[in-house]
Design a protein around this ligand. Structure first.
Ligand code: SAM
Length: 411
């Protein structure tokens, strides 16, 4: 893997001496052990200056962008070119040359967007949200480019005189690299700051595993002391091997989080096969539950749920379970506002934790509604899943599995 070799001098590491190496796997690459690796062994340390984030990029750009926008813009301006896929970036060029050439597997690119109509509605809606996030970033960056064009055009080797379409294509490439390859890295004084993220060479060859041993970044000094990093460019990043021994030839994984396939597909462009005891499997049921509020008192109930923050984001999962948000909404659905006999107060008491339920009748009613929602999910998934491509079929299979398990639990 030629481009991997070029990282050597950039990182100041003897890559040949590392206990891991990237190898081709599936349609991409992954990290594999080259020797026996004991549990929780430091695999490599990437110096702070070789991490691509707000701290390492901000000194080279006028202010005004978030970390995601700035990293995506930098990748856009220095996207590798030519058959050798070389990046002309004087700062991070050898790293940029190791990034994926295209994202044609990702649902945000034009090719896969055509299949949008075939997706489960909650997946299509999550994809639309991702698309809106992307568009907001692109519009901000377009304005930033106009405002700062003189300063930016003085940077080495960048061409801003491209057509808008070409520039947007490169920005989308950069943005998808950020979305699919960045990890959490403490750079700001608060843990929840959205700019706490970085691209990290070599680590970003790590594929996701749903369960089982996985590599983890070692806690940085800043994270340990819960402050912003003291060094100007932030802390270095050390990757640890899984907490079990690894044999030569085994793939080493990361975990991107306990995500359902909906999130893996929309954010990262892949899905994992469903297993029979999959607790991370999840269905979002907004499209089936929202119409249930099309009743005389539905608008009032909708407003009440919105006011207390329980409108939407209603899920069933494969553990199996019905989310508390959905139970709360359906309990209110089955309260009569005209003749509530104190039920409305009892519903409010469930929100504050004063009561567990409204009444036995109300409990039976919301459960019955969930069973009906599950029946609709099962019927829809059975009709759709056979006529769609593989990955999309797995998305429907996940809906089918979750709905069947939740329905069995309630029946
Ligand atoms: C951080 S990168 C991992 C390295 C990547 N495979 C490569 O070739 O550069 C994340 C991307 O890898 C792929 N990926 C990660 N885990 C996967 C898995 N379990 N199954 C299939 N593809 C996976 C997806 O395309 C995802 O967007």
């Amino acid at each position: 893997m030629g481009s991997f070799d070029t990282l050597q001098s950039f990182l100041g590491l003897s890559i040949r001496d590392l206990p891991i190496e990237p190898r081709a796997v599936g349609d991409g690459r992954g990290l594999f052990a080259t020797v026996d690796i004991p549990p929780s062994t430091p695999l490599f340390t990437i110096p702070a200056r070789a991490l691509l984030n707000i701290r390492t990029l901000a000194p080279h750009y006028p202010p005004g962008l978030t970390a995601i926008q700035l990293i995506a813009l930098h990748l856009c301006l220095y996207r590798p070119v030519g058959s050798a896929r070389r990046s002309l970036d004087p700062l991070f060029g050898s790293y940029l040359s190791t990034l994926p050439v295209e994202f044609d597997f990702h649902p945000l690119t034009g090719r896969v967007l055509c299949t949008n109509a075939l997706l489960p509605p909650s997946v299509a809606s999550a994809l639309e949200s991702l698309h809106n996030r992307y568009l907001q970033d692109w519009h901000t960056v377009q304005e930033y480019l106009q405002t700062n064009s003189r300063q930016l055009s003085m940077k080495p080797h960048i061409r801003l005189d491209r057509s808008n379409d070409a520039l947007e294509g490169d920005f989308l490439w950069g943005w998808l690299n950020v979305n699919t390859r960045c990890i959490y890295h403490r750079l700001k004084s608060t843990r929840s700051h959205p700019d706490n993220l970085t691209l990290c060479p070599i680590l970003d060859f790590g594929n996701h595993t749903v369960a089982g041993p996985c590599m983890t970044p070692r806690l940085s000094d800043a994270e340990r002391s819960n402050t912003a990093p003291i060094p100007r460019l932030g802390d270095p990043l050390t990757l640890l091997s899984p907490d079990t021994p690894t044999k030569p030839g085994e793939e080493l994984y990361l975990t991107y989080g306990a995500h359902p396939n909906r999130t893996l597909f929309v954010e990262y462009g892949f899905v994992v096969p469903c297993t029979s005891d999959d607790s991370r499997a999840e269905v979002e049921v907004q499209d089936l539950v929202e119409p249930l509020f099309d009743t005389d008192d539905g608008a009032v109930k909708r407003k009440m749920l919105q006011d207390c923050g329980y409108w939407g984001d209603w899920t069933l999962d494969g553990s199996p379970a019905v989310s508390y948000r959905l139970i709360t909404a359906l309990r209110l659905l089955h309260v009569s506002l005209v003749d509530s006999n104190g039920a409305l107060q009892r519903w409010q008491d469930t929100l504050t934790g004063l009561r567990d339920t409204i009444s036995e009748v109300n409990e039976a009613a919301w459960k019955e509604t969930v069973v009906e929602v599950c029946a609709a999910l099962v019927q829809r998934a059975n009709t759709r899943r056979s006529s769609v491509p593989g990955d999309v079929s797995i998305l429907w299979a996940e809906e089918l599995q979750v709905a069947s398990r939740v329905s069995n639990m309630l029946n």
